[in-house]
Design a protein around this ligand. Structure first.
Ligand SMILES: *Cc1c(COP(=O)(O)O)cnc(C)c1O
Length: 393
């Protein structure tokens, strides 16, 4: 079971579960214990030195958490994985481990709001230079990478306007200068996109979103090359941003159904995007699955599904989008995404709350934009909900 011979639907259910199924438990128990006791000091020391398997203290490792890491490792086709208290903990621990003062990193302007704050503020504070290229400027990205850099950080599709980065092309450019490529695969999920199979060194996730899928637990994960993952893991052991056993359990329970959920969410998002594109109260729709999307052909090459999130600008100003959102009866007005519940919100209170009006304008995010994360409810009910709410625009 620990070899990735199975497809993702099977790995999501059974992958990585061998070790903790003690006493005949058919499902992974919650190891709600900070420390682990040993029969004698010799056995304890053997585990502490890594000469024998065993958990010592849950900031370093915990059996429930280890199953979660192993399952995502298998799903992402990675050599190793380590988990975190949140997606931002995964991203910041990874960047702070891999970058040193004087290093240069290249990314794009449309990364998740919190990630973008790291690039614009916290990394420059440590004398790390970060160059952000306009998302979707494929040649510009090549050129910025070719100047030489330590890290290339990519996210695709992007939040909230669903732009696409050509992963194969960016990874080739990064390899040419010996840079480490990190891909935030939160929006795509390993069901729709496998960056490591396309040559990326590392993948990060906000497990809070599609991996857990139920909006009931926070978590983050890093998966990829062993040598890099273990460096970041050692930093996390000291930094302390570890995933709790209870959250790992909830995320594991959610992960079991990821293939079913994402297939449904892909289908609903595509139908919703087509419906909205034809609606007279809608100005524009952003979804990589639409043939009219600028980078649809790149998305179709690197993704096997286009994801459960879309965004659209309603006709009129901010007030029109506020009236629309307030009128929704089924979709919840909430900041997250990737849940079994449909969630909707404006980027100014969700992904890009950390940005000013000017910064959002520079990123091409219309103030009347609505981000809509499809859940697994019945599509006709969701469409009827959107339809009645659009009457208030
Ligand atoms: C939510 C999100 C994050 C941050 O994850 P948290 O679990 O909220 O810390 C990072 N990247 C993307 C694309 C996200 O959607």
């Amino acid at each position: 079971m620990s070899t990735p011979d199975f497809s993702n639907g099977t790995l999501a259910v059974r992958g990585g579960e061998e070790r903790p199924l003690a006493l005949g438990a058919a499902q992974v128990p919650i190891f709600q214990s900070a420390a682990f006791a040993y029969p004698d000091i010799e056995a304890w020391q053997a585990a502490a030195l890594g000469n024998a398997a065993g958990d010592i203290y849950s900031r370093n490792s915990n059996p429930t958490v280890t199953v979660f890491e192993e399952k995502v490792r298998l799903l992402e086709r990675a050599e190793a994985a380590t988990s975190f208290a949140s997606g931002m903990a995964a991203i910041s621990n990874t960047l702070f481990t891999l970058l040193r003062p004087g290093d240069r990193a290249v990314s794009v302007t449309d990364t998740y709001g919190g990630t973008s704050k790291l690039f614009l503020k916290f990394l420059p504070n440590m004398d790390i230079k970060v160059d952000l290229v306009d998302t979707g400027d494929h040649a510009g990205l090549d050129a910025a990478i070719a100047q030489g850099c330590k890290v290339v950080y990519l996210e695709t599709p992007t939040n909230p306007t669903l732009k696409i980065i050509d992963l194969r092309r960016a990874i080739v450019a990064a390899k040419r200068v010996g840079a480490t490529t990190i891909v935030d695969n939160t929006f795509a999920t390993p069901i729709n996109q496998l960056p490591i199979s396309l040559g990326a060194d590392l993948v990060v996730h906000s497990a809070t979103k599609f991996l857990g899928g139920h909006d009931d637990a926070m978590g983050g994960i890093l998966a990829g090359r062993s040598e890099l993952v273990s460096k970041v893991h050692h930093y996390r052991e000291i930094n302390g941003a570890c995933l709790s056993a209870m959250s790992a359990y909830l995320l594991l329970r959610g992960l079991k159904t990821i293939e079913l959920r994402v297939a449904r969410q892909n289908a609903t998002a595509l139908s919703m995007a087509r419906y909205l594109r034809a609606h007279p109260a809608v100005e524009s729709v952003f979804y990589p699955g639409l043939e009219t999307h600028r980078d649809h052909s790149i998305a179709a090459m690197q993704m096997t599904g286009f994801g459960g999130v879309l965004s659209f600008a309603v006709k009129g100003n901010v007030d029109a989008s506020t009236r629309f959102l307030n009128a929704l009866r089924l979709a919840q007005r909430a900041a997250s995404l990737g849940s079994v519940n449909t969630l909707a919100g404006p980027p100014r209170t969700t992904s890009h709350v950390e940005c000013s009006v000017e910064e959002r304008a520079k990123l091409g995010i219309p103030e009347s934009l609505v981000r809509y994360s499809c859940g697994i409810e019945n599509f006709d009910d969701l469409r009827a909900d959107v339809d009645q709410a659009l009457k208030h625009v």
